[in-house]
Structures are given as C-alpha cells and as structure tokens.
Design a protein around this ligand. Structure first.
Ligand code: FAD
Length: 467
C-alpha cells in the first residue's frame, strides 16, 4: 500500500502466464489487487483451447487458477478484448502496472506455393481450436473424408497431438471434452496413414518422449520404421533425454509390423517445397513435395545440429495437410501509445528477460509499470511448467520493483473506474460468477454423454447461459 492505496495491476490474458503471475504477485505484495481481462467469456487460454482433450490431467492446473480467482482481491473481467474493445490508454489511467500475458493468437506460415490457394491445407492452430471449441475456429469443418493420407508439417508436440487425434479410435475420444461436432467429423474420417514430417533429424525434433510413446501405444496403429542411419551409433554416450527418446524410437522401429488398419511415420530431413493439385483447374490438394536436407556440423547428432539442402526430393500424395510449425504473437492495438514497440522479428514484447518491458529503439530502458509473461514474453514454446516458471520470474521482478520504490504508473480505481467506460462502449463483461454458470451449464450438457463437459463453441451460446 502506497499513499493509502493498494498495488493495482491489470492482467491481459487468463492463460497460465496470467494466472501464475497474478498468484505470485498477490502473495508477494500485501493487499495487491488484480483485474484479469480476457477477450473470451471463458478463462484458461490454451489450457482450454490448446491442450488435447485426451490429456485431462494437464488441465489440473485449473484448480490452482480457481483458488487464485476465489480471492476477494481478484477480479475476472471476461469478454473484453483489450485493444480492440477497451483501449489500452484507458487502462493506463487506472492501474499501477499492466501485465501483458495474452499468448500467441496467430500461427507461422510455411511460405511455399499452394499454401494459400489449395483446399485441404489447415493450420494446426485452427484445427486444434476447432476440436477444442474455440469460437473463432468452430466453423472450420475440415474435410477428413476425401482421402486416406494426411501429412503434418512440423515435429513438435502439437503435431503429435494432431496425429493422435486423427489415429485414435473415436470412441475413446467420446469420453473426453472434445466437441460433439468434431467427434462427428472424426467418426467419418477416412484417414489411415499419417506422416509427421520435419526438416531436421530425430535428435533435433521438438516432440517429447511421452507424446511419442502415446502414439506408439495406440492399438491397431502401426509405426513405419525409421532409418537407423538417423541415429548415432553409440547411444550409450547420449545424455539421458535423447538416449531415452532414441531407445523408444528404435524399439518402435523394431516392433514387427502387424496388420494394422492405420499407420503413422516420422519423416525426417525434409523441407516443404510445394503443395500440388491434381490438375491446373483443380483447387484440391493432391500431393506435397519436399526437398531433402542433410545434417551438418561437428556433431550431426547434437540437438543443435544444423541442416543444409541435399540432393533430391520426396513427393507424398495427400489430400490433407496440417501446418504445425509454431504459434506466433502479435502486438495489441494501441501498444505504441504506451511506448511499447513490439519486436516483430522475434515475435515477442521486448523485455529484460525478467518481464520488465523495455523500449526497442533507445538504450533498452524499462517502461515504468509495464510487464509481460508467458508466450508473449519468451516466444511460443514450452509446456505449462515452463510458463509457470517464467510467470514467477516476472512476478518476482514486479514485487522487487514495488518494494524498491521503482517508478510505476499512478494507479487508481481499476475496474471500478473502467466499468462505466466499458458499458458506454457497449461491451458486456463477464465476471467469475458468470463463468461459473457457464462452467456448470457445460458440465451439465456433458453429463448425459459421459463427457466431462460439452463446451459451448460460440460466444453467443456462452452468454446465452447468463440471460
Ligand atoms: P495462453 O494460454 O494462450 O493464454 C493467453 C490468453 O490471453 C488467452 O486466454 C487469450 O484468449 C487471451 N487474450 C489474447 N488476446 C487478448 C486481448 N487482446 N485481450 C484480452 N485477452 C486476450 N502444455 C503442457 O504442459 N501440456 C500439454 O499437453 C500442452 N498441450 C498444448 C497443446 C497445444 C495445441 C498448444 C498450442 C500448447 C500446449 N501446451 C501444453 C503449452 C501451454 O498451453 C502453454 O505453455 C501455455 O498455455 C502458455 O500460456 P500463456 O498464458 O502465455 O498463453
């Protein structure tokens, strides 16, 4: 408390970064008040709209977030798009600090011919959003019924989530919170063979052991063997994690092929070159060509080894392709008015590594009261545990700055003062009690179907619960 007023912070985004930073700030600064703004009427970011439905245990972090939200010093303000709905300059007048924790709202593109013009090519972000009920992508209607092949470009865990979703028996998925419309489409899917393609080798791939194991263990799904030359000859010398991964992939590659209905493969050292249609007057994807790469450097099996173009190409016939090469953050409208220059090249808000937002142009000095955490601070990589650690480091910086009397913004009445401005702008905010009603309605809808919940996949339907 300074000058009789508590520390007041606006948090933009209700994913793990927003919640974990809020938690640590509220426990480190006495009487701190947090107003958390979220552009959807529902909280939790990618925990709700990214994490695969068959990974319910990953969502346990929501219990901690509920606990944070139960504090009288915490306000959830959902259904408010900061930037487009409520201007950032309005927020500045009423808080000591603003925390940017809005994640990554776009995805990276390949930039190869055919990517934008052909039907059958989907962004991983859109597809994942679609099966998880993200309103923006609920109408995607991917065509899974035209062919038996699917190619996934990228070898991170999101790519494996998609492969697993395409290959898992749909009756298993029916017990998850996957949306009904996605289950209906998946139940009619004809996809039988899934290729997960990467430009580097197995020792450089971003996927983790757990996700590979899950795919290898899928019943009635076989794994196409990996060429042994892609692995170092002396596995015993590898560090623990790559050693375990190599052992797993080699074991998967040596399991005798069973007559399985479906199969998947990891295809390495292939750089996307072009999407094709069957003829000049067709807009439907029919194949994809990759150019071959080879590994270079003193240790081609090191995780940081680079690749360079090699001779040859590979073309895979497919009517379905997923681009899964990473998410991407964007600036929020009006950031410049606060003196923040988004770093377009790195796709992050410039900061000192501890979440203090710094100016790009001058000598990198901090901008008083401006902080960031999570994917928009570090870049869109890492699991929730990494995001938590990152959020804690930002919270520690905030608490330290407050204690050591660093400059902050003047502060004010927060949401109490902004509520009338939001009303005047025709914005309809959703508080935590409202979310709990939406939550209860979703769980009720799931009950009869044996699902944890049936999500509302439109903002209209979410708000409909509250009328
Ligand atoms: P987010 O979770 O994206 O949260 C950002 C929030 O900000 C969102 O709610 C968004 O709606 C909101 N927002 C955006 N713009 C605005 C605005 N203008 N105004 C107000 N609010 C705004 N990690 C695991 O540990 N296990 C997994 O199994 C796992 N699976 C994943 C699967 C996928 C497909 C993806 C993409 C990620 C997965 N992760 C997983 C990683 C994990 O989701 C991230 O580490 C974490 O969610 C990043 O947190 P964040 O708060 O930075 O971003």
């Amino acid at each position: 408390v300074k000058d009789g007023r508590p520390f007041r912070m606006a948090v933009l985004g209700s994913g793990p970064a927003g919640f974990y930073t809020a938690y640590k700030v509220m426990s480190s600064i006495e009487n701190a008040v947090v107003d958390m703004y979220e552009y959807l009427p529902v909280p939790y970011g990618l925990v709700r709209f990214g994490v695969a439905p068959d990974h319910p245990e990953v969502k346990n972090c929501q219990d901690k977030f509920e606990e944070v939200a139960s504090s009288p010093r915490f306000n959830f303000i959902g259904n408010i798009n900061v930037g487009k709905g409520l201007p950032l300059t309005s927020l500045r007048e009423h808080y000591n600090a603003i925390l940017f924790a809005y994640g990554a709202t776009k995805d990276r593109k390949l930039g190869v011919p055919g990517e934008d013009s052909l039907k059958g090519i989907y962004s991983a972000r859109h597809f994942v959003g679609w099966y998880n009920g993200l309103p923006e992508h609920a109408a995607l209607a991917p065509d899974l019924g035209s062919g038996e092949e699917a190619v996934i470009i990228g070898q991170g865990n999101v790519a494996l989530d998609i492969a697993r979703t395409l290959l898992t028996d749909v009756d298993v998925l029916r017990k998850t919170d996957m949306t009904d419309y996605a289950l209906a489409t998946l139940s009619k899917s004809r996809v039988k063979r899934v290729r997960v393609v990467g430009r580097r080798g197995p020792m450089q791939a971003a996927f983790t052991i757990k996700e590979v194991r899950e795919l290898l263990n899928l019943p009635s799904v076989s794994f196409r063997h990996i060429d042994p030359f892609l692995f170092p000859s002396n596995i015993a010398k590898l560090p623990r994690t790559p050693k375990r991964l190599t052992q797993l992939l080699l074991k998967g590659s040596s399991t005798p092929a069973v007559s399985a209905q479906k199969s998947w493969s990891l295809d390495f050292l292939l750089l996307p070159k072009q999407f094709h249609s069957s003829s000049a007057d067709s807009n439907d994807l029919s194949a994809m060509t990759f150019s071959k790469n080879s590994l270079v450097g003193p240790d081609a099996f090191d995780s940081s080894a680079r690749v360079e173009p090699a001779d040859g190409e590979a073309t895979f016939p497919t009517s379905l392709a997923f681009r899964s090469i990473g998410y991407k953050s964007e600036p929020i409208d009006g950031m410049k008015d606060l003196g923040i220059d988004f770093d377009e090249r790195r796709g992050i808000i410039p900061n000192d590594g501890y979440g203090r937002i710094t100016s790009l142009s001058s000598d990198g000095t901090g901008i008083p009261g401006m902080y960031c955490s999570g994917w928009v601070k570090r870049g869109p990589a890492g699991v929730i545990a990494n995001t938590m650690e990152d959020a804690f480091s930002t919270a520690e910086a905030i608490a330290k700055d407050w204690e050591s009397e660093q400059p902050f913004m003047a502060g004010g009445q927060g949401w109490d003062a902004l509520r009338s401005e939001a009303d005047q702008r025709g914005l309809r905010s959703v508080d935590w009690a409202d979310w709990k009603k939406i939550d209860a309605a979703e769980m009720e809808r799931g009950k009869g179907k044996g699902k944890p919940r049936e999500k509302f996949a439109s903002i209209h339907d979410m708000l409909g619960v509250l009328d």
